[in-house]
Design a protein around this ligand. Structure first.
Ligand code: ATP
Length: 341
């Protein structure tokens, strides 16, 4: 296949500015390569809630279902009603959050290249909170062997595809959450036995949070549960330059959705200063996933162009305000476009 249908969720806050940047780059690829996209804009989020009474209207779900992949801008107050629903609907069980050092971007180490592989369907995200009485709340945390096994397998498979470190660290808190994280850790250990070529270790989440600051370059694949992955990935993003640089993928067996790690950043919305690197690196991940799923070299090649262009601009110290530069969102996007072809 050389033409891919992409559902583009515009989102709220800085969402429209970022998705415009991504759309510009996808259209550029359309015009300059054999990889073609049909981009369908999808209504979802606060804006959709105001206009249609639902943050994720049925017609938006239909459009997403008819596409090969979804690229999503950040959604505002109604985020949970969009992303958590989509993750469940498409069984997007793996949340992939890379953190990488780029030239001239302030970081804690120049050699960070790690990927957080976060379980995406369980843990406290099921929203099972109950009031015992007015002043006491109980929250339930689901951990299953099935979900732990498939995320562990995803992490080890990802490690086998890496050309550098090839190691997996399972991160948990099994000394306190003995049953739930005990099961998660045991499942990771059993999975590790099937991958003798991959170095395997375990860390408690507190030690992991510390080591991510102390020696971030030591990490390769960080395999963890939903809540810990959420927190550690924001930390990892900060280690290599901040949220404006942080892409993510939500991957299932048949479908995947790509989005920046950050939220709608209403404080900078509409000012043309948001860093589009987060969504452009998410776009790069989407092209890699399409290339892999459809056994097509085209999207792979284009994904490399995006990352090479970003790296080359940073090397020339051309960057947006959040990472110490002066370029606007649109000017940064234009320069990316010029250096891609
Ligand atoms: P949420 O609760 O939805 O995660 P939040 O309000 O905690 O969102 P984010 O929107 O994730 O916060 O971002 C935190 C801050 O980081 C923003 O207020 C903004 O200043 C900065 N930021 C986030 N993304 C970008 C970006 N792409 N470019 C520049 N700055 C950004």
């Amino acid at each position: 296949m050389t033409r891919y249908n992409i559902a583009l969720v515009v989102g709220d806050g800085i969402g429209p500015e970022l998705t415009t940047s991504a759309k510009t780059i996808l259209e550029l690829i359309n015009d300059n390569s054999n990889t073609k996209f049909t981009i369908k804009e999808v209504n979802a989020g606060d804006d959709a809630l105001t206009k249609f009474g639902k943050a994720l209207p049925d017609f938006s779900i239909d459009l997403i279902k008819k596409s090969e992949a979804c690229l999503k801008g950040p959604v505002g107050e109604s985020a949970a009603d969009v992303i958590i629903v989509l993750r469940r609907l498409f069984d997007l069980y793996a949340n992939i959050r890379p953190a990488k050092s780029y030239p001239n971007i302030k970081n804690l180490s120049d050699n960070v290249d790690l990927v957080i592989v976060r379980e995406n369907t369980e843990d406290v995200y099921l929203g099972w909170e109950f009031s015992i009485d007015e002043n006491t709340i109980i929250a339930l945390r689901l951990i299953s062997e099935k979900a732990s096994r498939r995320i562990a397998e995803y992490a080890f498979k990802t490690a086998t595809l890496r050309d550098k470190k090839r190691k997996v660290v399972a991160v948990h808190k099994a000394n306190v959450l003995r049953k739930g994280d005990g099961l998660f850790a045991k499942t990771c250990r059993l999975t590790a036995e099937q991958y003798p070529d991959i170095e395997y270790s375990e860390l408690y989440v507190d030690a992991c949070a510390m080591n991510l600051i102390r020696n971030p370059e030591d990490f390769d694949i960080v395999l963890t549960t939903n809540l810990f992955g959420d927190i550690l990935s924001d930390e990892a993003a900060q280690v290599v330059g901040g949220l404006g640089m942080a892409p993510a993928a939500n991957v299932g067996n048949n479908f995947a959705l790509f989005e920046p790690v950050h939220g709608s950043a209403f404080d900078i919305a509409g000012k043309n200063i948001a860093n589009p690197s987060s969504i452009l690196l998410s776009t790069k991940m989407m092209l890699e996933w399409l290339g892999d799923k459809y056994k097509d070299d085209g999207p792979f090649n284009e994904s490399r162009r995006i990352e090479d262009a970003i790296t080359s601009l940073f090397r020339q110290n051309k960057k947006t305000k959040d990472i110490g530069g002066t370029l606007s969102t649109t000017d940064f996007t234009k320069l990316i476009a010029i250096s891609m072809y």
